[in-house]
Design a protein around this ligand. Structure first.
Ligand SMILES: C[S@@+](CC[C@H](N)C(=O)[O-])C[C@H]1O[C@@H](n2cnc3c(N)ncnc32)[C@H](O)[C@@H]1O
Length: 307
């Protein structure tokens, strides 16, 4: 192979950040730090609405309350749902599906430090969604809440994952999805990024919004309600020359490892101009604020025990 070809073959692809675990985590941490409010807004929503979600679930008497966390990460949001369940139920069971060992370890530490969470019966699955659904294909365990919080960008088969998650919801239970809204600067950027992703037959794309999820739900004829989490991210550093924080933020926004080193300079300019422009961001008090609001989709399983 010629030098240039070889380099092209080993260079990270646009849109492939999810395949580079170390860089992904680094970029995600920086992104979270810069999200004015994503964590807080999601936490507040779960604290306010979590008890209502638990109350909506129809659970037969003397049955433990079962929760399935898909792509739970370090479990900070899971903990809030579990606390709401513990307020109402004496026995809570929680199955966690998370492929990253470090995240599972952090989740376990969180449990160790929380007296109430220690009363939950946990089952840990260090697996991807596909590995987990294959393993549990003949498992009849049903869950009163199944949640996927900021996960569905990363699953290969979106429709398959939603179908399998719904299949594991108990009659009267809820499937709760939190995901980037289809009406944000971030979703505009995702649409824009499609043009730069190499067309090499790799179907997996992180550039997914709730529009894709709603399309699947409509096809499956599943009814849902939605709520919105308004979130802005301070991306000013992306435009400060030499800023390492800015470089990591750009990696996360474009979902491309080492974006500034690997993407053609002309394409970089087009993409960063777009990120800074009115389709994605506003400027306020000297800050560039990128809009990446999320939506919460709740599907209740009613009168359909066959699924
Ligand atoms: C953006 S993080 C969200 C973590 C957590 N739910 C939260 O909201 O803080 C996405 C999580 O999904 C996990 N993940 C990635 N691909 C996955 C897959 N195919 N199946 C299950 N989890 C996956 C990642 O390891 C990561 O912990």
């Amino acid at each position: 192979m010629e030098g240039e070809e070889q380099q092209a073959a080993t260079q990270p692809k646009v849109g492939s950040l999810h395949s580079d675990a170390e860089r992904y985590l680094e970029a995600y941490q920086v992104f979270l730090e810069k999200c004015e409010s994503e964590e807080e807004t999601t936490k507040r929503w779960l604290q306010e609405e979590g008890p209502g979600l638990v109350a909506r679930c129809k659970v037969p008497a003397k049955t433990p309350f079962n929760v399935l966390g898909m792509g739970s990460g370090a479990g900070h949001f899971d903990a809030l749902i579990l606390h709401a369940a513990l307020d109402k139920y004496d026995q809570v069971f929680c199955r966690v599906v998370e492929p990253r060992e470090e995240d599972i370890d952090q989740f376990k530490n969180l449990v160790d430090e929380d007296e109430r969470l220690k009363t939950v019966a946990f089952e840990w699955h260090q697996q991807t969604d596909e590995e987990y659904f294959e393993e549990t294909f003949n498992d009849d365990t049903k869950f009163h809440i199944v949640h996927a919080i900021q996960l569905l960008y990363y699953v290969d088969d979106l429709a398959g994952c939603i179908k399998h998650m719904y299949r594991q919801v108990a009659e009267g239970g809820l499937l709760v999805i939190i995901h980037l809204s289809d009406q944000t600067g971030c979703s505009n950027l995702m649409k824009k990024m499609h043009k730069f992703v190499p067309d090499d037959g790799d179907e997996q794309t992180p550039y997914r919004t709730t529009a894709h999820i709603k399309e699947v739900l409509d096809k499956l004829q599943l009814q849902y309600t939605t709520d919105r989490l308004n979130v802005n991210t301070d991306i000013t550093e992306c435009f400060v020359p030499g800023s390492e924080t800015g470089v990591l933020l750009l990696d996360f926004l474009t979902h491309t490892p080492h974006f500034t080193d690997t993407v053609d300079p002309g394409d970089q300019q087009e993409i960063t101009d777009y990120i800074r422009g009115p389709d994605c961001s506003v400027e306020r008090d000297g800050q560039i604020l990128f809009n990446n609001s999320s939506e919460i989709i709740v599907i209740q399983k009613l009168g359909d025990a066959s699924n």
